[in-house]
Design a protein around this ligand. Structure first.
Ligand code: CP3
Length: 340
C-alpha cells in the first residue's frame, strides 16, 4: 500500500482518511503569500527556487493539506516559444497572439531541461524541504488550454479568436496542438525526473468545446501527453472544466484521476468513470458562506463518496483570492475528522 493517502486514493487503493488539497492552495487568499508577493513580482516568484519552495510549503504548514503542488504557472513554458508572457497585475497577457498558420511555424522550439531548469531546481528544493511529509504534485496546462491562451493573447469570455482559429485553420491547429503535446509531455517527464510524485494536467478551457470537438481538439493531445509522461507509481490527473458534458469520453482515458467541477454530479461521475479516482468538487464560492454551511456542504460530499477508495477532496476550481481563511481551516478539519 502506498505510504501517502493522496497517492493511495489516486490509485483507488484502500486507505483510512480521505485526502484533501485545493487548487491554487498557494496564493493570494493567504496573508503569508501576499507578504512574499509584496516584495517580488509574480514572474520573479516563479523563477526563484527558494521563494517557490517557501510559498509551496505555506499551505502545508498552515492547514495540513495532504499534497503540495509545485508553485509555478501553466503559462511559464510558453515564454520560451518566442511569446512574451506577462502578468500585469491580474489576468495574463501573451504577445503577439497567434492568429495565422505562419504564426505557428514561427514558434521557437527549445531545450526544456535548459530553459526551464529553474522549475526543475525548484522541484528538487521543495522535495528536500518537504521531507516526504506529503507528496508533491507537478503540473502543466493541456495542449488545448495553452492554445487558447496563445491564440486569445490572454483570458477570454467567449473564446471567439480560438474558435475562429481552429475552425478556419484546422491543420495549423493540429500542428500547434501536436507541438504543445510534445512540449507538455516532455516537460512533465522532466518534472518527474526532478522529484514530483503525481501530475495534474489543467484542461481549464476544454469545456468551451462541444463533445465532438473536444474529441478532436483536446482529448487526443491529452492522451499523447499522458503517454509521454507515464511512469510507474506516478498518478496522472486530468482537471477539465464543465466535466459533466464529457464524462462519457473520459472513461477510457490513460490517467488515474479525473478532477471534476461543482456543476458535475459526484454520483454520476462515479458511475460513468468506474475505474477512475474522482477529485473534487466543492464550489469555491461556498467558502464565502457561514462556516456551518461550508461544513454541511463538505459533509454531503464526504457522505456521497464514503465508500469509494478513489476519492480526493478538492474544490471544483481554484480557490478565490478573498476567501476567508477560517473557512479553509474548517473545511480541512471536516475532511480530516470524517470517518469512512
Ligand atoms: O497553488 C497552486 O495551485 C500552484 C500554483 C498555480 C498557479 N497557477 C499560481 C498562480 C497553478 C497550478 C496555476 C494553474 C493555472 N494558471 C491555471 C489552471 C488552473 C485554473 O485555475 O484553471 C490557469 C488557467 C492559469 C493561468 C493564470 N495564472 C491566470 C488566468 C492568472 C491570473 C488570474 C489570477 O488568478 O490572478 C494566473 C496568475 C497566478 N497563477 C497567480 C497564482 C498564485 C496569481 C498571481 C499573483 O500572485 O498575483
Amino acid at each position: 500500500m502506498p505510504e501517502h493517502n493522496f497517492i493511495a486514493a489516486a490509485f483507488s487503493q484502500p486507505h483510512e482518511t480521505i485526502p484533501i488539497w485545493i487548487m491554487r492552495q498557494a496564493g493570494r487568499y493567504l496573508p503569508q503569500y501576499r507578504e512574499v508577493r509584496s516584495r517580488v513580482s509574480f514572474l520573479d516568484l516563479c523563477h526563484k527556487p527558494e521563494l517557490m519552495t517557501k510559498v509551496t510549503l505555506q499551505p502545508i504548514d498552515i492547514f495540513g493539506f495532504d499534497a503540495a503542488i509545485l508553485f509555478s504557472d501553466i503559462l511559464i513554458p510558453l515564454a520560451h516559444l518566442g511569446i512574451s508572457v506577462t502578468f500585469p497585475n491580474g489576468p495574463p497577457k501573451l504577445e503577439p497572439p497567434l492568429r495565422e498558420p505562419a504564426d505557428v511555424d514561427r514558434l521557437n522550439l527549445y531545450d526544456i531541461a535548459d530553459k526551464l531548469s529553474f522549475v526543475l531546481e525548484g522541484i528538487r528544493r521543495i522535495r528536500g524541504a518537504l521531507y516526504d511529509r506529503v507528496p508533491l504534485i507537478g503540473f502543466c496546462g493541456s495542449p488545448f488550454t495553452l492554445l487558447c491562451y496563445l491564440v486569445e493573447g490572454g483570458g477570454s469570455k467567449d473564446f471567439t479568436e480560438t474558435k475562429k482559429f481552429i475552425y478556419t485553420y484546422p491543420d495549423a491547429a493540429s500542428r500547434l496542438l501536436s507541438l504543445l503535446a510534445d512540449l507538455v509531455g516532455n516537460y512533465l517527464k522532466l518534472q518527474i525526473n526532478s522529484g514530483v510524485q503525481a501530475l495534474q494536467l489543467f484542461d481549464t478551457w476544454g469545456g468551451i468545446l462541444s463533445p465532438s470537438d473536444y474529441s478532436r481538439y483536446s482529448l487526443p493531445y491529452v492522451q499523447r501527453v499522458f503517454e509521454l509522461c507515464h511512469t510507474e507509481g506516478i498518478p496522472r490527473t486530468l482537471y477539465l472544466g464543465n466535466t459533466a458534458c464529457f464524462l462519457h469520453l473520459l472513461a477510457d482515458l490513460n490517467c488515474e484521476v479525473i478532477s471534476i467541477d461543482w456543476r458535475t454530479e459526484l454520483t454520476l461521475a462515479g458511475r460513468q468513470l468506474p475505474t477512475k479516482a474522482i477529485q473534487g468538487n466543492l464550489d469555491p464560492n461556498i467558502l464565502f458562506a457561514p462556516t456551518a454551511t461550508v461544513i454541511a456542504a463538505a459533509r454531503t460530499i464526504l457522505e456521497t463518496m464514503r465508500d469509494r477508495d478513489g476519492f480526493i477532496f478538492n474544490l471544483g476550481h481554484g480557490i478565490l483570492p478573498q476567501t476567508p481563511i477560517d473557512n479553509v481551516r474548517a473545511l480541512v478539519e471536516t475532511v480530516h475528522t470524517f470517518r469512512r
